[in-house]
Ligand binder design. Structure first.
Ligand SMILES: *Cc1c(COP(=O)(O)O)cnc(C)c1O
Length: 437
């Protein structure tokens, strides 16, 4: 790793070079692309992002849960360099190559369940979700797709329909794909229900409003990501999965954000022993290169006819090489264990902070997927304070992200290779930001 693992501020955030580049962005990049922290990156590695002004920021975002193995991880870099010099593309559907096959074999091996599996590779998370729906519909010959409050599944037309939150994801972009039905989730901090109670409420909604025999698939994030790192109450996911089994409904776990070690297990479903029929994967799959997948039960995955699935770039050879390197790094270095250690450092520190600052209504998460929910004195969501605190963290040299249906969640997604000293420094800077309010 060439990037020095220390925070360093040499200008204000953003510094003059970044401000200058940002002015050009406004003239050339479509306004629809929002930017959380306008510092322009020149290098990144371990737990540090370096900007154009020479500032070194502590990375608590991992490019939205992507660089789990670290940015420009040396193993990923050399695998990519080797592959990119051999060939960059043929299209697997025209003339195949072993990298695609090996990624599918690896995913079939490491995802939950020891049944026979198949995989298909794609470019983005949204595309993986769309393909999971296609596959489930093809297998069941049913149409309806059930999703949950606070769910996020992407920005394409079908996945916008599946995503719960209107602004900014959907506003003005309709009409949306039909046959998508949203039911209540489990949100222990706000609904006070046990997992089985919340599952019974969801199942009752499905049966009343959709009808079990019309449902092709239920698609759920084991922890709602963009929706605010909402961890369901224990027993919720197993009960929903069990209902799917009994109703002949395909249970799809959208592990695009929770996957690849992020939550302290390779996949978040495994914390409660849930084995999904299909699992959608992206983000952490390839150390930062664009790749996505659907992996699942062979008899379901093989339902679509030959040539019914695919795409020009899906499973690009360079992205596959990166993925194989990232997956072997996760296994060799036991990165899920590193995620658990990150959680063990963060959760107690954040709970201490919450004890001193009543604005922190809830501290939650698993492994290296941790969040705090900010509320007013009466317990209402406080998105304004959340934005202010995020900006104050940025000014201190930390990349932090917000989330949540109400925009009142500060989320932390450090790379799993984050040095513990940097993480502790980030936590004390965060305490400083709260104490200064
Ligand atoms: C990010 C995300 C997606 C969409 O992935 P893209 O690669 O941005 O299309 C889908 N589902 C979940 C849970 C996500 O976090």
């Amino acid at each position: 790793m060439t990037v020095g693992q220390e925070r360093k501020l040499v200008t204000e955030i953003p510094g003059p070079r970044s401000v200058e580049l940002m002015a050009r962005v406004r003239r050339s990049v479509a306004r629809g692309i929002g930017i959380a922290l306008p510092v322009f990156v020149t290098e990144a590695g371990g737990g540090i992002v370096v900007d154009a002004d020479g500032n070194q920021l502590i990375d608590l975002g991992s490019g939205i849960a992507v660089t789990n193995v670290g940015n420009a991880a040396p193993q990923v870099v050399s695998a990519v360099q080797e592959q990119v010099a051999r060939f960059t593309h043929t299209c697997f559907m025209v003339t195949p190559y072993a990298g695609y096959l090996e990624v599918c074999e690896a995913l079939n091996r490491i995802t939950p369940g020891d049944h026979e599996k198949r995989s298909v590779l794609l470019n983005s998370g949204a595309e993986a979700v769309e393909n999971a729906v296609k596959i489930a519909r093809s297998h069941t010959r049913r149409n309806a797709v059930v999703v949950f409050d606070h769910g996020y599944h992407g920005r394409t037309n079908l996945t916008m329909a599946m995503t719960a939150k209107n602004a900014p994801y959907k506003d003005g972009f309709g009409p949306f794909a039909p046959e998508v039905y949203r039911v209540p989730t489990s949100y222990p901090y706000r609904d006070g229900l046990s997992g089985p109670e919340a599952a019974a409420r969801a199942v009752a909604s499905i049966e009343k409003y959709v009808g079990a025999s019309n449902v092709a698939c239920v698609v759920i994030e084991p922890i709602h990501g963009e929706g605010g790192f909402v961890v369901p109450a224990p027993g919720f996911l197993p009960a929903v999965a069990e209902w799917c089994r009994s109703a002949g409904v395909v249970f799809v776990a959208d592990e695009i954000q929770t996957g690849f070690g992020r939550t302290g297990d390779l996949f978040a479903c495994s914390h409660e022993g849930v084995v999904p029929d299909l699992i959608t994967l992206a983000k952490g799959i390839a150390g930062g290169l664009p790749l996505a997948a659907v992996t699942g039960r062979a008899e379901i995955m093989d339902a679509p006819h030959v040539s019914g699935l695919g795409g020009t770039y899906g499973g690009n050879p360079v992205a596959c090489a990166a993925s194989l390197a990232a997956i072997s790094m996760m296994e060799a270095e036991d990165l899920p264990a590193r995620a658990r250690e990150i959680g063990e450092i963060m959760l107690p520190a954040l709970r201490d902070l919450a004890a001193r600052h009543p604005i922190i209504g809830d501290v939650r998460g698993r492994g290296a997927m941790i969040a705090i929910e900010l509320v007013t004195a009466s317990g209402e969501p406080d998105p304004i304070a959340t934005g202010e605190i995020a900006r104050a963290c940025h000014a201190e040299g930390m990349v932090v992200l917000t989330a949540g249906t109400y925009g009142n969640v500060l989320r932390f997604l450090p790379p799993l290779v984050m040095p513990p000293e940097l993480l502790r420094e980030a936590l004390s800077l965060l305490a400083k930001v709260f104490d200064a309010r």
